[in-house]
Design a protein around this ligand. Sequence first.
Ligand code: ACO
Length: 379
Amino acid sequence: MSDTPKDLHVPKGLEDVVVGTSSITFLDGLKGRMLYKGYDAVAMAGQVSFEEIVYLLWEGDLPTRAQLQPFSKSLADNRALPAEVLAVMEKFPKHCHPMDVLREGVTLLAMVASDAHDGSQKDNREKALRLVARMGTFAAAWDRIRKGLPVIPPDPTLSHSANFIYMVTGKKPDPLSVEAMDMYLSLLADHDLNASTFTARVIISTLSDMHSAIAGALGALKGPLHGGANEKAMEMFLEIGDPAQVDSWVEKALQEKRKIMGFGHRVYKVEDPRSVPLRAMAHRLSVEKGDTRWYNISIKVAEAVQRHKNIYTNVDFYSASVLYLLGIPIDLFTTVFAAGRVAGWCAHVFEQLADNRLIRPRTDYTGPTDRVFKPLAQR
Ligand code: ACO
């Protein structure tokens, strides 16, 4: 009965289905490689600032010093949230999850922005800049508001990463903490057509607006199978509590067929390449901050899972202890992921609009086709 081709077989979850072209991020799931605009993203991690990576994803090449300075300044100048938005956030119930606040916050930004519905390329760039600049401010401000503390205004003299840690913790961070946050945000900035990026592209393909695309992407990122896994991984480490408990905890979890958060990946059939620098950073931070418990537990969990199943750690596994050691509250972890990924979402919105066609696939209909209608009185 359907007019879709009968031999059309689309794998569940669209696994390995190629639905378009992109020149932003290249992934090799068998070799564990990840390139931003042709540069090895993992090799760059720890040597570049997040601002440089945003510039690379949007402009196509790494900035010179002369290009980076005004770009970083524009980001720093746009960090503060409009007073109307902060006033509404003050009224949110204090139990709201930070990802819900972030999603609603982006929607509020659209409502107070006079250019929210202007879809010109120039305006989209400006909106993207403001969204990247403010994503961390939302998370930090909400953490203070819900605790009844005054919001810490952004400090434009600090880098993007340093300022974010400062707004959450109230303390100017040490150089290793800034390096760790730059590494984290840079490695998370883009990742091909993951669920949230696909969502952003679908939304913008209708010629909706930038804020709607980013709000939709935030909804997709929140789920524990995607960006929400970093929070769940840290909760797991806390539940295990002691390296001596790891083996029995993992055995029981696998016997109960529970998913171990921070393991497995749709694309990578080997270790997620982002795990490697994040594991090293988790170790450095643990030593520097004198708290190696979470690192030791995570290493033992990785070994124990590997003994039972052929699955590897993904980006969320070691980033959990990195963010924890930076003093980020656990339920803020996914908002920090969003603060990095928003750069990629915006890059994909630009790319989609540059050669747009409505994204509108089909389903293979499997329901009935010949039912006879009876009016309500006869049912
Ligand atoms: N723990 C235990 N077993 C797992 C895990 C895991 N974390 N991940 C995959 N497997 C097993 C599955 O049980 C399945 O085994 P089976 O064939 O014996 O039934 C096999 O590996 C394939 O798993 P699928 O869930 O079918 O793989 P899919 O590609 O659909 O899912 C996903 C990928 C969602 C990431 C999955 O690995 C998972 O749920 N991981 C835990 C959540 C997580 O860490 N998400 C973050 C992903 S990275 C990111 O989005 C930033």
